[in-house]
Write a protein that binds this ligand. Sequence first.
Ligand code: SF4
Length: 202
Amino acid sequence: MYYKLAEPFAFRGFKLLPYAVRAERGEHVDDEPIFFDKPTFLELLHCDGEHDLCDLSDDVREVFDDMIKAGVLIKSDNPLEPPKSYQRYKIFPCRYVDKVQWSITGKCNFRCRHCLVSAPDNRHTQPTLEQCLFTVSELKRCGIRKVDITGGEPFIRDDWEKIFDALVAAQIKIGIVFTNASLLDNHVLDVLEKIISDRLSS
Ligand code: SF4
């Protein structure tokens, strides 16, 4: 019997939790990874569509059956196409962190009395574009799948689009964007709409 991970699931691991499967994109990208014990995971790594896995233990077979029911694993009597390169095992050099909230600026065009971040005074300052692009590469290196963007007011930056583009290029999902909405114009809405439609079609 031949098995392989369904798309968009991939083998992943973190420093202290090295044996996991998670969706890298699509509708399941917000789901928690599935973590495994080492023996089960080592069996799973043989699910490459090429190995005939005929003598699985009952425990492992039960896990595989559950994954098939959940749409995470594919089973076939015949060899399958090899998995995509992104599905191969990758271990991230950090503790397990899946999502972050990122303040891309401490500035804001409002002066709310209740502001938690003292935005009008820019007390938390604003990282440069170069620092932001480096942050995106670090987020990717650490296996972060989703970023909520906040400020201050994110759209007060004239380079916000470059930061969003870098996140999209790194295949990091942009979740919630916290904004006071005062700077939303047709261009901002078009860019956000494109990000959402590309995400839905990926
Ligand atoms: S809109 Fe938000 S970030 Fe800006 S001053 Fe008000 S609470 Fe602070």
